[in-house]
Design a protein around this ligand. Structure first.
Ligand code: EPZ
Length: 424
């Protein structure tokens, strides 16, 4: 079990490749991170299965360990968590600044321990990442929050259930509030919530610990507060739809034929729909999905939306694929205000992309040329891997640590599918 953080200087890919074969998809990063934070609420032992062994998970486990939780890895992808009765310290800034998702500790720590201190996550490349909806909701539940020297300090007696409307269906705000409301007094109704599969997974996990959460996956979630949450003897994280979608796009981009196992194909509906529009054949199995791209791709228009719309986390990868599709493709990014960073790196490889605010116009070129590029965030890094697989010649991708934050065994899986990829 290798649980230390992976770090490399660069990934080297020799294109062109055609991806063929079969791989297994891991547990969902964006579910596992929320479940680990929610586990802090249990007054017993929690066992989580299919936890992806990625850097963000390692950092989150370090953070809850710094609170006094006992964390042990069982056989691979299974962790045992014993949260502390009470906390003696708050997570150190050096840790929380590495991981925006640490803001998901606000709800559980307030609800369980009555106080929380997390760093206001700095902006990252894809946007300012405000937390106004988290604050609005937690204040609505009776917490007092204030900002002090870049940290959020929160205090609360027993939280009180209330009715909260989210101006935007924020995933993180929905998660923080759903978790906190489980131990609040009375009923909480949260309206205009996020409906991502990770929200449903979190609700199921909370209910496994004895919570009373209803309506996850719809626009309104109702929570009846309880006195305490028990442990949970085993809970399995859902498959990672964004990892799966990344491989689907890579297969389409390289004219390949791959089969992904351990997926929930309904979670991939928006991705499958757009790839079919681009002339890719998608065959959905019970818990597998096959992507066959043996015909020339056609240009498509994409706009990212909250689930069940097209996921923003696959927008950069699609931009990579579309850069050599003859014709004009349009991408509108509705979720984050600055998530087209990868366009500049793709242009270094010969792509023809015009970015104007939330709109990107891609004119397909004959081929991309390998060169040195740099990852600016997790999904931009994945998009550069897609582009490098399609490109002629050698591409070096710097700052690959961004990629290791969210993809486990990414290089091994691509190599298994026929990619010529190494890292140093
Ligand atoms: C989660 O981030 C995911 N991260 C992101 O995945 C994903 O892109 C995002 O949801 C959208 O699906 C995790 O789950 C750990 P949001 P989160 O709150 O919760 C605005 C990846 O690559 N907003 O739904 O931070 C915000 O500015 C990562 O795996 C407010 O205005 O996303 C953004 O424009 C990247 N006020 C929009 O909502 C708030 O209080 C979506 O943010 C909160 C958010």
């Amino acid at each position: 079990m290798n649980t230390d953080v992976v770090t490399r200087e660069k990934i080297i890919i020799n294109g062109k490749s055609v991806l063929k074969g079969k791989i297994k998809i891991g547990g969902a990063k964006n579910s596992a991170l929320a479940l680990i934070c929610a586990a802090v609420m249990a007054d017993g032992e929690v066992v989580l299965e299919k936890v992806p062994e990625i850097n963000d998970v390692m950092v989150m486990l370090d953070i809850i360990s710094s609170l006094g939780a006992k964390v042990t890895w069982q056989e691979s992808e299974t962790i045992k968590i014993n949260p502390p009765e009470k906390i003696t310290s708050h997570p150190p800034y050096s840790m929380v600044k590495k991981l925006r998702a640490s803001n998901l500790l606000l709800g559980p720590m307030l609800a369980r321990y009555g106080s929380a201190k997390v760093a206001l996550p700095g902006g990252c490349n894809i946007g300012t990442r405000p937390m106004d909806l988290h604050f609005k909701g937690l204040t609505g539940l009776g917490a007092q929050l204030r900002l002090e020297r870049g940290c959020i300090l929160a205090e609360a007696g027993r939280l009180k259930g209330s009715r909260i409307y989210l101006d935007f269906p924020s995933v993180g705000a929905t998660e923080n509030l759903m978790i906190a409301a489980c131990l609040a007094e009375g009923q909480t109704i949260i309206e205009n919530v996020a409906k991502e599969p990770e929200i449903v997974d979190l609700a199921n996990f909370l209910n496994c610990m004895g919570a009373k959460v209803r309506g996850a996956g719809t626009d309104v979630i109702k929570i009846q507060g309880v006195e305490r949450l028990s442990g949970c003897s085993r809970y399995c994280v859902i498959p990672d739809r964004i990892e799966a979608g990344t491989f689907m796009v890579a297969a389409a981009a390289t004219g390949g034929d791959i089969t992904l196992e351990n997926v929930i194909s309904t979670h991939l509906e928006p991705v499958s729909a757009k790839l079919r529009e681009a002339n890719v054949e998608i065959i959905e199995g019970e818990d597998s999905i096959r992507v066959i791209a043996d015909k020339p791709l056609t240009p498509i228009d994409i706009k990212t939306m909250p689930y069940p719309g097209f996921p923003t986390d696959l927008q950069s990868q699609m931009m990579g694929m579309l850069s050599t599709v003859a014709g004009t493709s349009i991408i509108i990014e509705n979720i984050f205000e600055n998530r087209f960073q990868v366009a500049d790196e793709l242009k270094r490889m010969g792509a023809n992309i015009k970015v104007e605010g939330r709109l990107a116009v891609i004119e397909g070129v004959e081929a991309l040329q390998g060169t040195q590029v740099k990852a600016t965030d997790l999904r931009a890094g994945a998009a550069l891997v897609v582009a490098a697989l399609m490109a002629n010649g050698r591409t070096e991708i710097y700052h690959p640590d961004y990629i290791y934050r969210g993809y486990h065994d990414f290089e091994d899986k691509l190599r298994e599918l026929g990619a010529d990829i190494t890292s140093v």
